[in-house]
Design a protein around this ligand. Sequence first.
Ligand SMILES: [Zn+2]
Length: 376
Amino acid sequence: MFKLLKTEGAARRGEFSCPHGTVQTPVFMNVGTQAAIKGALSAEDLEHIGTQVELSNTYHLHLRPGDEVVKKMGGLHKFMTWQGPILTDSGGFQVFSLAGLRKIKEEGVTFASHLDGHKIFMGPEESMRIQSNLGSDIAMAFDECVENPATYPYAKASCERTARWLARCKEALVKYNAEPDAVNPGQQLWGINQGATFKDLRIWHMQEIAKLDLPGYAIGGLAVGEPTEVMYDIIEAVEPYMPKDRPRYLMGVGTPSNIIESVARGVDFFDCVMPARNARHGKLFTWQGALNMKNAKYTYDDSPIDPQCDCPVCRRYSRAYIRHLFKAEEMLAMRLSVMHNLYFYNKLTEKIRDALDEGTFSEFRAEYSRKLDEKI
Ligand SMILES: [Zn+2]
């Protein structure tokens, strides 16, 4: 399912196949939490901005409209009319970050919905049931994402439990996807490495979950407030223990520089709400650095957001017009900005792939890694 095409140092160029298509890696997955990209982008828009994989959220879709509703409507692909690959996260991160009053036991977690406070129980089996109903191509393991900073004893107990949960996830998903009315029988489960910022726990946990021989592995629980250098150190510590012939996914990361630097450390899959969230606040990425579209200096600027960008927005609209839309609080300001930023991220990973194909990734990294995060 994963073909490693080429390497340059630790960086990898690969190809990943799943029931809804082939994905060229490294790849940035576009986050549609509630089966929609925030900023009013549709599945049709995603087809025009180079999206390879759409990511939806188990916790949110379980609450609204309900995974049973999605299943009755033919699964997530049919429901949102996106025919490419879909990854669903497990709900673990949201249970631990959004939901109120949670209680963790060996069986799973009892928590209050962030919408209306009603009590919900979610454990490995419930998360797999929901993801099987949604019918994504990649289902993520149900794990605990511990708070940062965490104490060593807590992080150790937590990642031991997460390892036990993963074995239950594997068993449950096989069972659900063997049912005659399974939405996507080819759905696969990826494991998630945890262990907070403790390298020995991270390595122990990675070795444990690698034994389950899953088709992909993620590094979770990073970019939760620790310094960037700590995040890179953890990736470097864990990477040698990740199976070479399986895709690696760094969850929830990050800036353009974080992506380039993590590719250089052997990561293949990324997702982050940041490009869409920044765009909604007028913070846009360009090949010269990041700019603030609300800035007065763009009042009479007839050039596109990024003269080097050939996205549908940059081909048509000026900075002056988009700045006006922000000032007038028109929804179109957000839509156009999100479209540009996601296109930029999709293009960024495309350029990384091209550089890897040509054996020039180290030059690409030297030219862009620092520059793309700077403000202009
Ligand atoms: Zn653009």
